[in-house]
Every structure is written in structure tokens, then in C-alpha cells.
Design a binder for this molecule. Structure first.
Ligand code: AHG
Ligand code: MN
Ligand code: MN
Ligand code: MN
Length: 334
């Protein structure tokens, strides 16, 4: 990649005619996310040098210990979004309830809602392993001029107008879609600009990586156990190789580029799994489909699920289309 590549800013302007709704606003919204991501990136890079690793001392609505960087990243994204005249509401993994933003003169005229996982993989911060941010954007369905409603956040994933993620890894990459394919932009930290490094990303047709927390094996449903055994069997192009970082955004990103499947199934203790439909699964499902991959709850399409609550959890299988279909075949036996 050279710095002569197109910058993310240029790319957004050149492609804004593809946006479904008012193009200028969505462009500005994505701009504010890329800016907030730069701030989080700057902070993540200093982990270990300044006092930002470790627990913040609170528990979030998910029942998880919040890390200092969970709180910091949440604040940066929320602050970066509230002061622009675009977003009428934000829902976050780290907030109990959605935030309502009245906008200019308190008129409730802003049109978009944003749902975020401000810091994904936060258990990895303290040990210098990749973390990320995931975001999802919808056009409101409640009437403009009235306060944002819960229903604006509970739209099925197939209504997303944009979704993306940032991986703060060996380099920082911003990947997003507005429903016209998936593009990735790598941050040049010296000059603070993201450049188009991964145009038009697509999953390979076949893959040989499976990513799952096998420590939960005994608690998995029989279909998942059998699928894991299938992945490990010496036959045709198998056994597959096992890779699990524990930051889903990094696991997903690797599998999209190299060819693989990521799954976080239901367990006997957690019948809906662990991952959050609105902040994690829907945005990655939108990106997966836009990149020619697939995302399923083991039985059907993630993007068609009608959410019933903000912090809803769902089993999640995503990656190369044929691999997810094979996992679904095993699930269907039980
Ligand atoms: P978060 O850090 O946003 O709470 O998400 C953690 C998620 C996901 O990133 C990861 O794949 C998964 O939890 C790991 O869970 P296990 O430690 O149970 O494998
Ligand atoms: Mn968390
Ligand atoms: Mn997460
Ligand atoms: Mn998180």
C-alpha cells in the first residue's frame, strides 16, 4: 500500500451517491466514527505506558467487569456522535439503556441511530492482543420531530444502512459497508489518515480455519460437537486449522481474509450464547453477506431476526458461505 492510495475521506465523498438516504449526513456520520476510532487507537497504543489497563471498577448491564478502555472508548464514541446534527439515538453494550439526542434547538430532527460495541475483546487489552470496535447504523423509523423510540433500535439487521468495524491490531484497519460491498482502510499513524488498502473484500470460496472457544465443548449442543469433530476429521481438505483470538472482530477479520468460520454457539448454561445481536452480530452479519459470506444463528439468517430487546444475545456462526452451511446441516440434525 502506498500513501498515493485513496484516503477514506476521499472514498466517502466519491461513493456517497450509493447511500440510500441523505448522503451528506451519512458521510458525516461515518467521518465522526473514523475520527473517534483514531482517538481510541491512540489510547489503545499507549496501554501499558499510561494507567489505562485493568478494570474500571463497575459492572455493565451484560454482567461483565468493565475495563477502563471499555469506558474510555464508550465515552469517545458517544461524545463524538452526540454533538453532530445527525444522530437521534445511541445504544451501546456499555450503557444500560439507549441515549436519546434531541439535536438542534431540541427539535428531534436527527435521522440516524447508531449501535456500538465500543471495545470488542476487552479481556485482551491487558495482554497486548488485538481489540476492536463494531458499529451499526440505521435510519430511524419513528417520526422525525419526536424523540427517538426503542423501536428505532430494534429493527432487524436487514434494515442497516451501514455497518463496520475497526481492528486495533498490528496495524489499525477500518472496514465498512453501506450495502455496496466491503472496503478496508489502513491507518497511517504518522499522518493520521486511513488509506484504501483492501478494496472490495470478499471471502474466499473455501476455507480451512475454524474459530470457537473449545473450552466450552462439553456444554455445546450435539450439532456443534459433531461439526467440530467434522472440522478435525482427516478427510478431503480437512482437518481444518484452529484459530481463536477471543476478540470476535479480529477472528472475523482473519477469517474473512483467509477463509474460515467463527462460531459462538449456545451452551447448556447460556441458551442464546454470549454475543449481542445488535452490537456484534448484526453488523458483522451485514459485512459477511456483503463480502459474499454468510451469518446464521445455526438455523437461519441473523439479519432476519426481529430483535425484542437491546441487549439480546444470539448464537452466531459466520464466515465462508459453504462452511456456515455445513455447520447448519449439523445443527439441523438435532
Ligand atoms: P466484549 O469484549 O465486547 O464484551 O466481547 C467479547 C466477546 C467477543 O469479542 C469474543 O469473541 C468473545 O466474547 C470471547 O468470549 P469467550 O472468552 O467466552 O471465548
Ligand atoms: Mn464486554
Ligand atoms: Mn464484543
Ligand atoms: Mn465490548
Amino acid at each position: 500500500m502506498s500513501n498515493l492510495n485513496q484516503s477514506l475521506g476521499e472514498f466517502i465523498i466519491e461513493n456517497q451517491n450509493e447511500f440510500k438516504y441523505s448522503s451528506g449526513e451519512l458521510s458525516r456520520l461515518i467521518n465522526s466514527i473514523r475520527l473517534a476510532a483514531k482517538m481510541v487507537n491512540h489510547k489503545v497504543n499507549k496501554a501499558g505506558l499510561v494507567d489505562i489497563v485493568g478494570k474500571a471498577g463497575d459492572t455493565n448491564i451484560q454482567g461483565e467487569d468493565q475495563q477502563k478502555l471499555d469506558v474510555y472508548a464508550n465515552d469517545v464514541f458517544v461524545n463524538g456522535l452526540v454533538n453532530r446534527e445527525i444522530v437521534c439515538g445511541i445504544a451501546s453494550e456499555e450503557e444500560d439503556d439507549f441515549l436519546s439526542i434531541k439535536g438542534r434547538k431540541g427539535k428531534n430532527e436527527n435521522k440516524y441511530v447508531v449501535l456500538i460495541d465500543p471495545l470488542d475483546g476487552s479481556s485482551n487489552i491487558d495482554v497486548n492482543v488485538s481489540v476492536g470496535t463494531i458499529f451499526s447504523i440505521y435510519h430511524r423509523i419513528s417520526e422525525v420531530g419526536t424523540p427517538v423510540q426503542l423501536e428505532d433500535f430494534l429493527q432487524p439487521g436487514n434494515k442497516q444502512v451501514a455497518a463496520g468495524y475497526i481492528v486495533y491490531g498490528t496495524s489499525t484497519i477500518f472496514v465498512y459497508t453501506t450495502g455496496h460491498g466491503v472496503n478496508g482502510f489502513t491507518l497511517n499513524p504518522a499522518i493520521g489518515t486511513y488509506y484504501l488498502s483492501h478494496p472490495n473484500i470478499t471471502f474466499p470460496d473455501k476455507g480451512n480455519i475454524y474459530s470457537v472457544n473449545e473450552g466450552n465443548y462439553v456444554h455445546f449442543p450435539q450439532g456443534v460437537k459433531d461439526y467440530i469433530k467434522y472440522c478435525q476429521k482427516e478427510e478431503e481438505d480437512r482437518p481444518y486449522t484452529s484459530r481463536y483470538i477471543g476478540s470476535m472482530v479480529s477472528d472475523f477479520h482473519r477469517n474473512m481474509l483467509k477463509g474460515g468460520i467463527y462460531f459462538y454457539p449456545q451452551t447448556s448454561q447460556s441458551p442464546n450464547g454470549k454475543l449481542r445481536l445488535l452490537y456484534e452480530c448484526n453488523p458483522l452479519a451485514f459485512i459477511a453477506e456483503q463480502a459474499g459470506g454468510k451469518a446464521s444463528d445455526g438455523f437461519g439468517r441473523i439479519l432476519d431476526i426481529k430483535p425484542t430487546e437491546l441487549h439480546q444475545r444470539v448464537p452466531f456462526f459466520s464466515g465462508v458461505k459453504s462452511m456456515v452451511e455445513k455447520a447448519e446441516e449439523f445443527m439441523a440434525h438435532y
